[in-house]
Design a protein around this ligand. Structure first.
Ligand SMILES: O=C(O)CCC(=O)C(=O)O
Ligand SMILES: [Fe+2]
Length: 319
């Protein structure tokens, strides 16, 4: 798999999204990510066991079983496993994960080839990025609203960035680690919605477009197999279904913007991931990338809470 065909580019421009199968190598890219996450979760489990919050027997389970056991024990793994810092107050020890396998995933050449086909060869890794490892919905608390755990409300990614990035050329690359199916909570999109303007979003209970501003019946589910990618435009209205399977649903959402344009999250670090005009501006060192996030955390730990979007909860349309 390399650059997109003209037919694929046309489909992206028409629909605002594109599913590309077999972008990421299982052996070279996804297996290292799985191993890195297994080791990461093992470390957290050891800590929780030592703190008396988790039964010691959990250590012997598979990643998926561990994750589910951790969730059922009432432990919050979302930020511990995420690949970004959170909004709001940041502490000197707020956890996050910026490991070498994630850096390699972000830099994966076939993935960058796809993105370059849509926005050109000068690419910055945008810091609006997350892992979502969703447990079976039957285990999820009825009051749960976070899109790291349960279904994701209809929204446009442009609304998750500050308005400084409203004209930024950006692509979301949603990477399937497990197969994403209608049953386990794949993405859904409203085809062609990227041709409309940014919609009003409400921040609560989860950032999303109020029902009265869209017709969710136009949504189509977009299943994709492990190693495949969904690419979408920042104005494409999308969300996800809930996980009605008995296993986890695991994805990463990565973003890329044209270098030099605003990222929409200026307090978090971005880096040049590919450049044709200035190849030596590319960052190739995973340790430097991790250090950028560590430095950001130190700086933000002494500051007022991080505001990541523009949407007030008291807007009339949100009532
Ligand atoms: O995976 C999900 O549930 C939502 C992901 C999403 O909204 C995104 O990748 O922009
Ligand atoms: Fe999104």
């Amino acid at each position: 798999m390399s650059a997109l065909t003209q037919t694929q580019i046309n489909a992206f421009e028409r629909d605002g999204y594109l599913v590309v199968d077999n972008v990421l190598s299982q052996d070279a890219v996804l297996e290292p990510v799985r191993q890195e996450y297994a080791a990461l979760l093992d470390r957290w489990c050891l800590r929780w066991v030592a703190e008396g919050k988790l039964q010691a027997s959990v250590a012997a389970l598979s990643f998926e079983e561990q994750l589910i056991a951790v969730y059922e024990s009432g432990l919050d793994y979302c930020q511990a496993l995420d690949i970004s810092l959170p909004p709001g107050a940041i502490e000197p020890d707020t956890p996050f994960h910026a490991g070498p396998a994630i850096f390699a995933l972000i830099r994966s050449a076939p993935l960058l080839d796809c993105v370059s086909s849509l926005i050109g060869p000068e690419l910055t890794s945008n810091p609006i990025q997350h892992v979502r490892i969703k447990p079976p919905q039957k285990l999820v608390d009825k009051a749960e609203v976070r899109s790291f755990i349960t279904s994701t409300e209809w929204h446009q990614d442009r609304a998750t960035a500050l308005s400084e990035a409203d004209n930024t050329q950006m692509i979301t690359a949603w990477v399937a680690i497990t197969d994403a199916t209608v049953e386990n909570g794949c993405l859904q999109v409203i085809p062609g919605s990227h041709r409309e303007a940014i919609k009003h979003h409400c921040p609560l209970p989860q950032l999303g477009i109020p029902d009265k501003l869209l017709d969710g019946a136009q949504g189509v589910p977009i299943p994709v197999k492990s190693g495949g990618v969904v690419l979408f435009h920042p104005l494409t209205i999308h969300g996800s279904l809930s996980n009605h399977s008995s296993g986890i649903r695991w994805s990463f959402d990565l973003r890329y913007n044209v270098t030099g344009q605003a990222t929409g999250r200026p307090m978090f670090p971005s880096f040049v991931v590919r450049s044709k005009v200035q190849p030596n501006s590319e960052l190739h060192d995973a340790a430097v990338w991790e250090q950028m996030w560590l430095n950001t955390r130190s700086q933000l730990a002494n500051q007022s809470p991080v505001q990541i979007h523009r949407w007030p909860a008291d807007a009339e349309i949100c009532a």
